[in-house]
Structure formats: structure tokens, C-alpha cells
Design a protein around this ligand. Structure first.
Ligand SMILES: [Zn+2]
Length: 159
């Protein structure tokens, strides 16, 4: 751990409890996540915590929560992962609203996710359950993604 002024300033804003408890961020929160002003920019608090205590975050990876407390900065509740890992978790926890069964079109972000899940070896039947769709539709999406999208929607899952 690099003991710096920033680090000191950061940890003062974290409600550190027991080793296994969630350590909630007491500073600014935006979009559900803690924000910390660092190096002339607003960074995500849990990313700072991971970077400060565990290791430098590898390029292109997100810092994810093992717990479901978005403001938690307990390094032992944090792990790095990909955007896909994150979305899968969110779907499992039911945080992201899946499209209704009658909703035939998907957003671009969802199509990308479906394709990436399939590429990661997740069976179409499992993907279908996540999206409340049918394996047949999922298979069709993978084959002809362009015919299934509604319109672009910025994926704001911020991590
Ligand atoms: Zn936690």
C-alpha cells in the first residue's frame, strides 16, 4: 500500500468496520457508487480502494463487488473482472431489468452481451433465461444480430 496524502484522505471517508463487513463510503455518491476526487479527476471510490490496497488495476478490467453494496470499499469485497462478468452477476441478482417476454427487440448493449456470453461458452438456453427469451431467439440473434436490435442505448453500468 502506498501511504500518500490521497490515501489518507480517502480512508478517512470510509466507514471501516470488521474484516468481513461492508465498509461504506461516506463521501460523494453518484450513480450509486462512491466518488473520490483524485488527481484532478473524479474516480470511483471502490476502484481507488482496490488500487490502493490490493494492486494496480489491470488495463481494461473493472473492479467488481463480491457484496451487493455499491458504496462498499472493503478491499476483501472487491475483485477485478470483465464487463461481461459484471452484467452476468447483475442479471443473477435481478438488478438489471430483463426485457419482458413479449419484448421482441433487444438493445445493442444486450446484443453484444448475448454474443459475448455465447462466445464465453454459455449455452443459449441459459442466456435465454437471463433475457426472458427463448433459445430459438437467442440462436437467431447470434446468427443475425443486426435484425434484432431496437436502437442504441448507452449502457450505463458504471464500474
Ligand atoms: Zn462489501
Amino acid at each position: 500500500m502506498l501511504i500518500s496524502k490521497d490515501s489518507e484522505r480517502f480512508w478517512k471517508k470510509v466507514n471501516r468496520k470488521g474484516e468481513d463487513d461492508c465498509w461504506e463510503w461516506t463521501g460523494t455518491v453518484a450513480g450509486g457508487y462512491g466518488r473520490f476526487w483524485y488527481n484532478h479527476t473524479m474516480v470511483l471510490a471502490h476502484r481507488f480502494a482496490y488500487d490502493d490496497v490490493i494492486e494496480k488495476i489491470p488495463d481494461n478490467l473493472l473492479v467488481r463487488h463480491r457484496c451487493s453494496t455499491k458504496t462498499c470499499c472493503n478491499p476483501s469485497h472487491l475483485l477485478v473482472g470483465t464487463h461481461t462478468d459484471n452484467l452476468i452477476d447483475a442479471y443473477r441478482r435481478g438488478e438489471r431489468g430483463a426485457p419482458s417476454p413479449h419484448y421482441k427487440k433487444f438493445y445493442i448493449g444486450e446484443l453484444d452481451l448475448i454474443i459475448s456470453l455465447k462466445q464465453n461458452g454459455i449455452p443459449a438456453s441459459t442466456i435465454a433465461k437471463m433475457f426472458l427469451s427463448s433459445p430459438h431467439t437467442i440462436a437467431a440473434i447470434i446468427k443475425y444480430p443486426n435484425t434484432h436490435y431496437k436502437h442504441s442505448k448507452g449502457d450505463s453500468t458504471c464500474l
